[in-house]
Design a protein around this ligand. Structure first.
Ligand code: PMV
Length: 293
């Protein structure tokens, strides 16, 4: 059985598509893939929480040919059983985790190993099926694991000066990363000066957030997460529900909160200074699934 964790983006989503940096981290929910020779080859979902968008036959019809291109004709005889803890359509990296887990599973099955970089570059080929032209942050952090800095294909680990705890809450699913990225592109083309200003401010705070993570300045880190959320609101990718979940976090004493991922629905993350149990309780009372990450 091969696995890949999901991910959150701490700073820089959307701006990262335009070459600005992002900070991302893996989280403790995963996609598992097991492979066997079978008379009924193909992809089978055992516990399907994968994004419905990603379950469309049209998209899956493209995955096996891509895997065959990468690994040869042996793929056509294999059955892939896919199990997932990761809710789909929430900005938690379900498609990138599926891509990385599929590649790890085939490598395991054929008894070959590849570097993290090679696995990430194969995963990019699969991610293109789901997301068109992804920045690469999702499959890079998922292949590399841990807390990373990502910019235009370059990535490196960040060492946190002090451990920090986030609470994630899941709102309604978004309409797909591709749709959100295309909406931002339209906005960018219509308002290049204003949107570039937003990206530049996001980039500045992403650099500052890295410093605060490394120095363990959690108060400042939280404030910048909240500021990042405001800039994402200005970019037009937040929703009333995501804003409400961020406000609820602040009311419960979180140091900061933001949407994570493409927006238009999905997930928020809040930085907490305690165990997070009161915020988890508040989200539960409000009817939202939430977890510590
Ligand atoms: O797929 P999501 O929801 O995690 O969003 C990915 C992050 C974006 O910056 C919005 C897109 C990208 O390719 O980086």
């Amino acid at each position: 059985m091969s696995k890949a964790f999901g991910k959150i983006i701490l700073a820089g989503e959307h701006a990262v598509v335009y070459g600005y940096p992002a900070i991302a981290s893996t989280l403790n929910l995963q996609v598992c893939v097991s492979v066997q020779h079978s008379a009924h080859p193909g992809l089978k979902f055992v516990n399907p929480k994968i994004d419905p968008e990603h379950q469309s036959t049209a998209l899956f019809a493209q995955i096996l040919p891509k895997l065959t291109q990468l690994f040869g004709n042996c793929v056509a005889e294999l059955e892939f059983q896919i199990d997932s803890d990761l809710p789909g359509g929430c900005g938690l990296g379900s498609s990138a985790a599926l891509s990385v887990a599929l590649i790890r599973a085939i490598l395991d099955f054929i008894g070959e190993s590849r570097s993290v970089k090679e696995i990430a570059s194969m995963a990019l080929e699969l991610e293109k099926i789901f997301h068109g032209n992804p920045s690469g942050v999702d499959h890079t952090v998922i292949a590399q694991e841990g807390l990373i800095w990502f910019q235009q294909g370059f990535s490196e680990r960040i060492q946190a000066g002090r451990p920090f705890k986030l609470v994630a809450a899941i709102a309604s699913p978004h309409a797909g990363t591709l749709a959100a990225v295309q909406a931002v592109r339209k906005n960018y083309e219509a308002n290049q000066i204003q949107v570039t200003k937003l990206f530049e401010e996001i980039s500045k705070l992403t650099h500052a957030m890295r410093t605060h993570i490394e120095q363990g300045n959690l108060l400042e880190l939280g404030q910048l997460m909240t500021r990042n959320h405001e800039l994402l609101q200005n970019l037009g990718v937040s929703t009333d529900e995501l804003d409400t979940l961020c406000l609820l976090a602040k009311r419960e004493g979180a140091l900061g909160a933001k949407l994570t991922g493409a927006g238009g629905g999905g997930c928020v993350i809040a930085l907490v200074s305690d165990t997070g149990s009161s915020l988890l309780h508040a989200y539960e009372q409000a009817g939202y699934r939430s977890f510590v990450c």
